[in-house]
Design a protein around this ligand. Structure first.
Ligand code: NAD
Ligand code: TYD
Length: 361
């Protein structure tokens, strides 16, 4: 029986991971979810797991060394750390880079140091079968040229461009340094863009779904031809479970869906899927048309194309994306249909201020 310390478990991927792990392992795991509940963290995402005997939530900031030390001290059975907590939105990082350095770099240093202190034996080795997984992004590899057949491999040199990707790259380097220097038992995963339930509507897919349902403009940056590789979040969670339990220690694994699409294609698919899924009697249906698409000023330093080669995780751990995009986007839209209150709650208050300051459409 493992005890997981999950950081950022109230966010998008973290909460999906907590649900996935309890669905898979039931009473055979414990999960301690540590989250500072920033604008991106939401305890509503954890409905259904809160009552589980194996689940504990602790509100704490990963940059708070004393708080994290105390969590390890009070829970000596923690033998898995899955580190999701981060500032995760590129646009916010362009406006306010400092908090990205604070959370993503300093926060990761605190997590590494506290786990090392808790797991290190007196001879400098580590307790058996204790593992730390640092969840990172393909954005650390930089940008691939348009219409190119190149992919990001684990060996691709880092070349981050945004403050977000630079801070994630820095955190990855710290994890590598701990592995090289102390033989600290860790892995890094670099994953492509995720989509699915519980994603905050500042990111492309939920923002477009939410706007379209309200008949609001759909703001497409630049020429709309930037390419991202979209992976259904549950497939990412499955990969994380595999890497932390079966991956070779000290290795990096790239995770991706081989599902590269231009942004404009994504927006068009969302419109078409909404039109197909909305009932003819639904008054929102008439508003959901391609006329909502509005090209807006490009993001500064906008990476052109991301594309992951997931060959290593496939050949070593047998992982493959299971959810095709056409199916995943329907599941995602169905989830947002069923969770209108969730969307209302997360878009009340500060979200509107953020939206108005970001978009003039
Ligand atoms: P998110 O923004 O939805 O959630 C981040 C969570 O971290 C929130 O619950 C937030 O409250 C918490 N948090 C932020 N600062 C904190 C702090 N100082 N202390 C404690 N908790 C804090 O992010 P996400 O999309 O779920 O991404 C999770 C991880 O996966 C991140 O590390 C991100 O870099 C990585 N990742 C994301 C994607 C993606 O497409 N979303 C793809 C690849 C990798
Ligand atoms: P995003 O979801 O922010 O993820 P990331 O920047 O980490 O890849 O954006 C995905 C793509 O969609 C990216 O190329 C920027 C673009 N985009 C828009 O065109 N309009 C929007 O309103 C948003 C949020 C993103």
């Amino acid at each position: 029986m493992h005890t997981y310390l999950v950081t950022g478990g109230a966010g998008f991927i973290g909460s999906n991971f907590v649900h996935y792990m309890f669905d898979k392992y039931g009473d055979d795991i414990r999960i301690i979810n540590v989250d500072a509940l920033t604008y991106a963290g939401n305890l509503e995402n954890l409905k259904g797991v809160e009552d589980k005997a194996g689940y504990t939530f602790i509100k704490a900031d990963i940059t708070d060394k004393e708080a994290i030390e105390k969590i390890f001290m009070n829970n000596p059975d923690i033998d898995r750390v899955v580190h999701f907590a981060a500032e995760s939105h590129v646009d916010r990082s362009i406006r306010n880079p400092e908090v990205f350095v604070q959370t993503n770099v300093l926060g990761t240093a605190v997590m590494l140091n506290c786990a090392k202190a808790a797991w290190e034996n007196s001879d400098g080795t580590f307790k058996e079968d204790h593992r730390f997984l640092h969840v990172s992004t393909d954005e650390v590899y930089g940008s691939l040229p348009d219409d190119d057949n190149a992919f990001f491999y684990e060996t691709t040199p880092y070349d981050p461009h945004s403050p977000y990707s630079a801070s994630k790259a820095s955190s990855d380097m710290l994890v590598k340094a701990y592995m090289d220097t102390y033989k600290f038992p860790a892995n890094i995963t670099n994953c492509s863009n995720n989509y699915g339930p519980y994603q905050f509507p500042e990111k492309l897919i939920p923002l477009m779904i939410n706007n379209a349902l309200q008949g609001k403009k759909l703001p497409v940056y630049g020429d709309g031809k930037n390419v991202r590789d979209w992976l259904y979040v549950e497939d990412h969670c499955k990969a994380i479970d595999l890497v932390i339990n079966k991956g070779r220690l000290f290795e990096t694994y790239n995770i991706g869906g081989h599902n590269e699409k231009r942004n404009i294609e994504i927006v068009t698919i969302i419109i078409e899927t909404l039109q197909d899924m909305l009932d003819d009697s639904d008054p929102r249906k008439a508003n959901v048309t391609k006329d909502l698409i509005t090209y807006v000023e490009d993001r500064k330093g906008h990476d052109r194309r991301y594309a992951i080669a997931p060959d290593k995780i496939k050949s070593e751990l047998g992982w493959e994306p299971e959810t095709m995009f056409a199916q995943g986007i329907r599941k995602t839209i169905a989830w947002y249909f069923d969770h209108e209150d969730w969307m209302k709650n997360v878009t009340s208050g500060d979200y509107q201020k953020y939206y108005d300051s970001m978009y003039s459409v």
